[in-house]
Design a protein. Structure first.
Length: 331
């Protein structure tokens, strides 16, 4: 009589540890294939008359709402009221305010309901470290990242622009050449866009030296310097287009052959083999191939005509104000 085979001993099931809270950010912090878009503004964008940058922001709202975050400002109420009035004048019907003064306040009251249904989230200017240190890594921050991945537009101006990248410039001397050994203060940003470092108020505050220094420290990063009243609009991570009246400077250090930025001599920094692109309105840039793209001639002409009309209108408004002031002074 055949013996019955002995049953195999059962392998004990491995216990799977409980998942972390959903708001804990993943190790790979940059959204890989976001459906949303970014509008990154160099600061001091036009808020009167024809305002193409803010009109572009408003065009993304659709039937949803626009949320204005004033974390960076020392005067959040005044800043909120100014932007609320501007966006309502453009035709945005639903505009809501997002603010907190301390991180523990934001943890205790995350305000997640404010970003529900938001098609555009707009970070106003001030101090970029206030945004990242107060807001970064909170449940609210992760909710906004999910909105971006799902299709929302994230916009930011001035310091609200600086926080968009993986690494942000916090401080550094403007108006002069970078020197070896000079400390550029940089910090982790919110990581909406990989592989770039962004500076704002670029030509107006003479910041090309500090952005060159930042790129020399790690040529993997593409430096993007944005003038005031100028913006770059990203759709995904492949390409951006320039909007507004100023220029965008793209610094590509990929082919740098030599730099003494790591020396501690205090001398003016040498950087050999750097490439600089200067882009104007309607120009585009491919971040993957690192090449600028000129627009069709008609599109370029149309953008230039709009700029000319805007300048003429602003000039007339300034003249009218001066005449009114002179009349008031004479009375």
């Amino acid at each position: 009589m055949a013996k019955k085979p002995r049953p195999r001993p059962r392998t004990p099931k491995r216990r799977v540890p409980p998942t972390l809270d959903s708001h804990v950010p993943p190790l790979q912090g940059v959204p890989q294939h976001p459906k949303g878009s970014l509008i990154i503004i160099g600061g001091n964008e036009t808020k009167d008359g024809h305002k193409p940058i803010l009109e572009e922001v408003a065009s993304r709202v659709g039937r949803g709402k626009l949320v204005i975050a004033t974390f960076a400002s020392n005067e959040p109420r005044e800043q909120w009221e100014q932007y609320r009035n501007v966006f309502r004048s453009i035709g945005v019907k639903r505009v809501e305010h997002l603010d907190a003064r301390t991180r523990d306040e934001l943890i205790a009251t995350p305000q997640l309901e404010v970003v529900e249904g938001a098609n555009v989230l707009f970070f106003a200017g001030g101090d970029q470290l206030k945004i990242t240190s107060l807001f970064g890594g909170t449940p609210l921050c992760e909710a906004i990242r999910k909105r971006y991945s799902a299709g929302a537009t994230i916009a930011g101006t001035s310091s609200g622009a600086a926080v968009m990248s993986e690494t942000m410039l916090v401080a550094g001397n403007g108006g002069e050449s970078h020197t070896s050994g000079e400390s550029l203060r940089m910090a982790p940003g919110l990581g909406f866009i990989p592989g770039v470092i962004i500076d704002q108020h670029f030509a107006e505050r003479g910041r090309i030296g500090r952005l060159l220094g930042a790129v020399a420290q790690n040529p993997r990063l593409l430096g993007i310097g944005i003038d005031e009243d100028t913006a770059v609009a990203f759709d995904g991570h492949r390409k951006f287009q320039v909007l507004g009246t100023g220029a965008v400077y793209v610094i590509d250090g990929r082919n740098v052959l030599y730099t003494d930025v790591a020396e501690d001599a205090g001398d003016t920094t040498s950087i050999h083999g750097l490439m600089l692109h200067v882009l104007a309105t309607a120009d585009s840039f491919d971040l993957v191939d690192r090449v600028p793209i000129a627009p069709p001639p008609k599109a370029k002409q149309r953008a230039q005509d709009q700029q000319r009309q805007q300048r003429e209108k602003q000039h007339k408004e300034e003249q009218h104000k001066e005449e009114q002031q002179q009349e008031a002074a004479g009375q």
